[in-house]
Write a protein that binds this ligand. Structure first.
Ligand SMILES: C[S@@+](CC[C@H](N)C(=O)[O-])C[C@H]1O[C@@H](n2cnc3c(N)ncnc32)[C@H](O)[C@@H]1O
Length: 185
């Protein structure tokens, strides 16, 4: 079977605008991205899982595979994910359809989907995710920018706050993790 890196690089060459990153995220980023999934109830949805760095970390935190749903647009990645993670639901569908897959009360959304400088994707993906999330749920997003990948104007529009969890230098390139939560009124 091809290595994760081999599959990832192959798909990066075929679909650079979709895959965007130059390698799968490191274990250190995956641990930071998934902090807190062990403390929430309900389904956990991962969007843009690629070859599954974050999926592995979600399961390593003790979340039952049956609670985990993956939304990934790349069919080749979906095949890999299905083989690697039995019991996890793998859907070859875009993250923009998160509100059409029959889930509610979602405890956490873990996102590898490239959203930086893509305002329509920010509105569609984060906005629709908020619609199916539990009140105390969180949306965790990787970015390579030092700033929140969703700017203040769209944060206000969506009614979320942004918290920087930190920078992970042990990644190619170094990555930041931001967490978005619904503002309480
Ligand atoms: C930067 S890679 C991240 C992969 C993985 N999470 C990691 O960190 O190693 C982005 C992933 O998002 C997927 N993707 C891009 N747009 C998407 C969308 N709208 N919905 C679901 N997946 C998407 C790509 O196919 C790719 O697997």
């Amino acid at each position: 079977m091809a290595s994760d890196l081999g599959v990832f690089l192959g798909e990066l060459l075929r679909r650079p605008a979709e895959v965007v990153a130059i390698a799968p995220s490191s274990g250190a980023v995956a641990r930071r991205m998934t902090e807190g999934v062990e403390d929430v109830d309900g389904p956990i949805v991962e969007i843009g899982p690629g070859t599954g760095s974050f999926t592995k970390a979600i399961l390593a935190r003790g979340v039952a595979p049956e609670r985990v749903t993956l939304l990934e647009t790349n069919a080749r990645f979906c095949e890999t994910l299905q083989q690697k993670f039995p019991g996890v639901t793998v859907l070859n569908r875009p993250a923009q359809e998160i509100d059409q897959i029959g889930l509610a009360g979602v405890g956490a959304v873990i996102s590898g989907v490239p959203v930086l400088a893509r305002p329509q994707i920010q509105r569609d993906v984060v906005g629709r995710a908020l619609g199916v999330m539990a009140p105390g749920g969180f949306f965790s997003q990787i970015t390579y920018s030092p700033n929140a990948p969703i700017g203040p104007q769209i944060q206000r529009e969506l009614g979320v706050s942004a918290e920087k969890r930190g920078t992970v230098w042990a990644n190619l390139p170094p990555a930041r993790v931001f967490v978005f939560r619904r503002l309480r009124h």
